[in-house]
Structures are given as C-alpha cells and as structure tokens.
Design a protein around this ligand. Structure first.
Ligand code: ADP
Ligand code: 5GP
Length: 187
C-alpha cells in the first residue's frame, strides 16, 4: 500500500498557497485538504464542513480538553485548530494537506513528527506585493499588515523540510505533488 503523508504548507499571505493547494487537490483524487475548526462566524458563502467547521467557543474548548487538536491557535480573537480525528481518518485513504501559518506548522510537527513542512516563498518581495494587490481582496492597510509578517515567516524557513519558490505556477504544483509522493529532491 502506498504511503499517505501529512503535508503542511505555509508561507506569506499572497504567495499562492491557496492556488497551489486547490489546484493539486483538484488534480489528484488521492490528496485532500484538511478542514480546520474555528470559533469565528462564517462569512457570506462559507459552508460548515467546507471552509471550516464552525464551532461555539464552548465546543472548541471542550475539544481542546479532549486533546482533539493536532495544533490550535488564536488569531484576531478567535480560535482555529486542526482536528486530529479528521486528519487521522483521512490519512487512512489519502494524503492530507494543511494550509497553516508557521507557528501552527511547527506545533503540528511537534505533535506529529512524521508530517512534512513545506514553505512557499515568493520570487521577490515586489512580486508578492503585486500578487496581494492583484488579488484585490484586502484593503491597503490589511496588505501592509500582511507584508509586515513576511520577514518573520520567511525567517523560519530553515526549520522547514522544503522551500518551494512559487515563480512558475505549474513547476511549483509539480514540486508540491512530488513532495506529497516523497519523490522530490530540493534544487
Ligand atoms: P495565499 O493563499 O498564499 O494567500 P493566493 O493563492 O490567494 O495566495 O494567491 C495570491 C494571488 O497570486 C492570486 O491572485 C493568485 O492568482 C496569484 N498567483 C498565485 N501563484 C502565482 C504564480 N506562480 N504566478 C503569478 N501569480 C500567482
Ligand atoms: P481566516 O479567519 O481569515 O479564515 O483565517 C485567519 C487565520 O487563521 C489565517 O492566518 C489562517 O492561516 C489561520 N488558520 C486557519 N486555520 C487554522 C488552523 O487550523 N490552525 C492555525 N494555527 N491557524 C489557522
């Protein structure tokens, strides 16, 4: 039986994590993206069980007590966590990708040492800015906030198993796909 892997994808906002992961999951029936739990309210169009499992704070904290999170953290006053039960179930059939920040990624590695940490880096800071502005989903202030975390995120890359520079999108998808298969050799 082929081995299924837990792969954590991190990197600065706007670098292309969502694009890479969603394309790979669409192409490969043997790869799935994990769905996190959160205590924040759903945004318009978000569906329980698709973008997130939306939980009350009480339920979330109960699951913390029950040790049901591989890792969890608080962002902007809400809790977010990776459900251990979901990941374990899915790993029986498929490889699982988690898209989380570097703090979450390093915590996941502590809890699950077999997981593979992948940092997605931009070809340049200028290109990252262009992508963030081009995506058009954040205000100028929000973009500045995301860019201020860039240096910190990238400074953690030595703690990661692999770094993929997302320059040519197709190449980056191939690289991530090979990491999932365990056949990638870092250039
Ligand atoms: P993240 O999930 O890391 O915040 P996104 O996947 O939303 O980033 O990508 C940010 C923007 O950059 C999107 O508009 C996306 O289409 C674009 N993008 C992603 N990868 C590339 C690439 N290799 N070259 C050019 N643009 C890209
Ligand atoms: P948003 O509310 O915009 O969907 O996400 C806010 C932040 O929560 C993002 O930085 C996102 O990466 C982070 N996040 C989402 N799911 C998880 C998770 O399972 N664990 C951790 N640690 N962070 C998460």
């Amino acid at each position: 039986m082929e081995k299924h892997r837990l792969v954590v994808v991190s990197g600065p906002s706007g670098v292309g994590k969502g694009t890479l992961v969603k394309t790979l999951v669409k192409r490969r029936a043997d790869v799935v993206e994990s769905v996190s739990c959160t205590t924040r309210a759903p945004r318009d169009g978000e569906v329980h069980g698709r973008e997130y499992y939306f939980l009350s704070k009480e339920d979330f904290l109960r699951r913390v007590q029950e040790n049901d999170f591989l890792e969890y953290d608080e962002h902007f006053g809400n809790f977010y966590g990776t459900p251990k039960s979901f990941v374990k179930e899915m790993l029986k059939e498929k490889s699982v990708i988690l898209e989380i920040d570097v703090v979450g990624g390093l915590n996941a590695k502590k809890a699950f040492p077999d997981c593979v940490l992948v940092m997605i880096a931009p070809p340049s800071v200028e290109e990252l800015k262009r992508r963030l502005i081009g995506r058009g989903s954040e205000t100028a202030v929000e973009i500045a906030g995301r860019l201020s975390r860039l240096e910190y995120e990238l400074s953690q890359k030595d703690k990661y198993d692999y770094v993929i520079v997302n320059d040519d999108l197709e190449q980056a998808i191939q690289d991530l796909s090979q990491i999932v298969d365990g056949t990638y050799s870092q250039k």
